[in-house]
Design a protein around this ligand. Structure first.
Ligand code: NAD
Length: 322
């Protein structure tokens, strides 16, 4: 009998890659999402198009004792969606409703292993003001002060899953993803993240021209390639005894200006940077990987540049294909 997995958010970027990974391991996979994946269809054996805010849809999706459940569904987007304040009520209500429903539906089906994707956005803004020295070690999350309502909802839901472990003996797992990027991610329309936005702008720019960047470009981040995100995700779910929360991110920190320079080099274009006002988020953020290495004996280690090459090639092809 094939092992079974449920991927909530299987129509999204990370979820659709995760479905492929589980299929390659021989799982029978059900996906559930409001929509099918935007690029290239789904590899899932069964796909429920439905709204996980509805308990009835959750009951339909969680209709058996799955070996593995991955809960990635969330109302989210890039800085242009999360940090403007215009979507705060929806972000909090929609994502919390999904998590309340899924945690309980899984418990009622006696599913032990559920993975929940939290975010680096849970970390307090006060530890991320210095672009050269951000602190994102896991236990620095309290006293809590996320810089967005998106981060507050993630923190609430982390606690929800861990409370189920305490009270019901489940083995729910919590990871904090840090800026995941790669092919088949949103690259236009306002919900795209910095690597995809920069790849698009550079692919569209003429050699010798200029591209617009939000802020002065000195803010720092790390970016994790999708394949390593998936690897860390399945490793955390399948480990025995460690529930998290744990960072799943890269510790190769770069400034946004450096990121632009890397992609310009990949594209073979010389471009001027025009710095404009835009939503920025915190000034510095980097993944602290000491805990994941200690607990799982593994941490991400692929070079940012290699992931950017693959992502730039994919976004350029999207633009070329109209
Ligand atoms: P995504 O937006 O591509 O995928 C999320 C999916 O959830 C979407 O396909 C969306 O349609 C689905 N969804 C939203 N509301 C739903 C509902 N009511 N019912 C059913 N499906 C619903 O995002 P992603 O980049 O694949 O991220 C996956 C998870 O990882 C999210 O929980 C996100 O918050 C978290 N995360 C991602 C990153 C990142 O850099 N991509 C960083 C930190 C955390």
């Amino acid at each position: 009998m094939a092992k079974t997995a449920l991927v909530c958010g299987a129509g999204g970027f990370i979820g659709s890659h995760l479905v492929k990974r589980l299929k390659s391991e021989g799982f029978w996979v059900r996906g559930v999402d409001l929509k099918l994946p935007e690029f290239g269809g789904t590899s899932a054996d069964d796909f429920v198009v439905g709204d996980l805010r509805e308990q009835s849809v959750c009951r339909l999706a969680v209709d058996r004792n799955f070996d593995e459940v991955y809960q990635l569904a969330a109302d989210m987007g890039g800085a242009g969606y999360i940090f403007t304040g215009e979507h705060d009520a929806d972000i909090m209500h929609n994502s919390a409703a999904i998590n309340l429903n899924i945690a309980d539906a899984c418990r009622k089906r006696d599913i032990e292993r559920v993975f929940y994707s939290s975010s680096a956005c849970v970390y307090p803004a006060y530890n991320q003001q210095d672009p050269d020295n951000p602190n994102c070690v896991e236990d620095s999350v309290y006293p809590a002060a996320p810089d967005s309502e998106y981060g507050w909802e993630k923190l609430f839901s982390e606690r929800l899953y861990l409370a189920y472990n305490r009270n019901y003996g489940t083995q729910f797992r919590v990871a904090r993803y840090h800026n995941i990027f790669g092919p088949e991610g949103t690259w236009q329309g306002g919900k795209e993240k910095a690597p995809a936005a920069i790849c698009r702008k550079i692919a569209l720019a003429k050699d010798g021209g200029e591209i617009e960047i939000w802020g002065d470009g000195s803010q720092t981040r790390s970016f994790l390639f999708i394949d390593e995100c998936i690897e860390g995700t399945v490793r955390l779910l399948r480990n025995d005894g460690f529930e998290g929360p744990v960072n799943i991110g890269s510790d190769e920190m770069v400034s946004i200006n450096q990121l632009v320079d890397m992609v310009s080099q990949i594209a073979g274009k010389k471009l001027a940077k025009k710095h404009i006002d835009g939503p920025l988020g915190v000034m510095g953020r980097n993944s602290d990987n000491r805990l994941i290495e200690k607990k799982l004996g593994w941490k991400p280690n692929a070079a940012l540049y290699a992931g950017l090459e693959k992502t730039y090639a994919w976004i350029s092809a999207q633009i070329d294909n109209g």
